[in-house]
Design a protein around this ligand. Structure first.
Ligand SMILES: C[S@@+](CC[C@H](N)C(=O)[O-])C[C@H]1O[C@@H](n2cnc3c(N)ncnc32)[C@H](O)[C@@H]1O
Length: 204
């Protein structure tokens, strides 16, 4: 199997797939993450990675949150606002200048290469009581023993919900995983969402 590097992955038709849903609203975000985001956002800083068109962020900005969205593709479909920043950038590789009360990745980790590297970075971008929540399928990380991978996530403060395929954490940490990233496989086919996804390969 040929594993792709970051530039090849960004150009892959799996990542640039126009059939993926980029238009979720705040209610859709809340449903996908199992959180009521509308009540949690007023006066908070929110970073949304793989934000798609930015609708959920625009709603949150109206509710008084200070929001930043990042997406590889600049298909943003919302008007600018002083408390809404939308950035075109590839993750991993983008770094914020501040910390956030909430960090989310709604159906975006499925398309990233070094998923564990991104999770480790996110842990360092949270405020003291900051929350992280994302859709995540542990089957999209090929790192040898699944049991050891889950233990590595757990011991570093991540909570994996296997039934709903979500990952979360509360509070910051300096996180390092005992895995070396090898590259990404964009030929694995559809994941549980029904869309083709990217499997990230690691050496323990
Ligand atoms: C299924 S869409 C979800 C969009 C949005 N979160 C939503 O739920 O409406 C996945 C998004 O991930 C973005 N994406 C994929 N690879 C990325 C990367 N390397 N860096 C940043 N965004 C990426 C895609 O452009 C797409 O907008």
């Amino acid at each position: 199997m040929r594993l792709l590097g970051p530039a090849e992955l960004d150009a892959s038709s799996v990542v640039a797939n126009n059939a993926m849903n980029r238009g979720r609203r705040l209610r859709g975000y809340s449903r996908e993450l199992g959180l009521n985001l509308a009540v949690a956002l007023s006066g908070k800083t929110w970073l949304d990675l793989c934000c798609g068109e930015g609708h959920a962020l625009a709603e949150a900005a109206l509710l008084g949150a200070d929001v930043t969205g990042v997406d590889l593709v600049g298909h943003f479909a919302v008007p600018p606002a002083a408390n809404l920043r939308l950035v075109v950038a590839s993750i991993p590789g983008w770094h914020p200048s501040g910390k956030f009360d909430l960090i989310t990745v709604v159906h975006g980790l499925h398309y990233l290469g070094d998923k564990l590297g991104v999770l480790a970075e996110i842990a360092g971008w949270l405020t003291e009581r900051g929350k992280f929540a994302a859709n995540f399928d542990v089957a999209s990380v090929e790192a040898g023993s699944r049991r050891k991978l889950l233990a590595a996530l757990r011991s570093r403060g991540f909570v994996y919900d296997s039934r709903n395929r979500r990952i979360s954490r509360t509070g910051p940490a300096v996180v390092e995983f005992p895995y070396e990233y090898l590259g990404a496989d964009d030929t694995a086919g559809p994941n549980y969402t029904g869309q083709p996804a990217v499997v990230s390969h690691y050496r323990a």
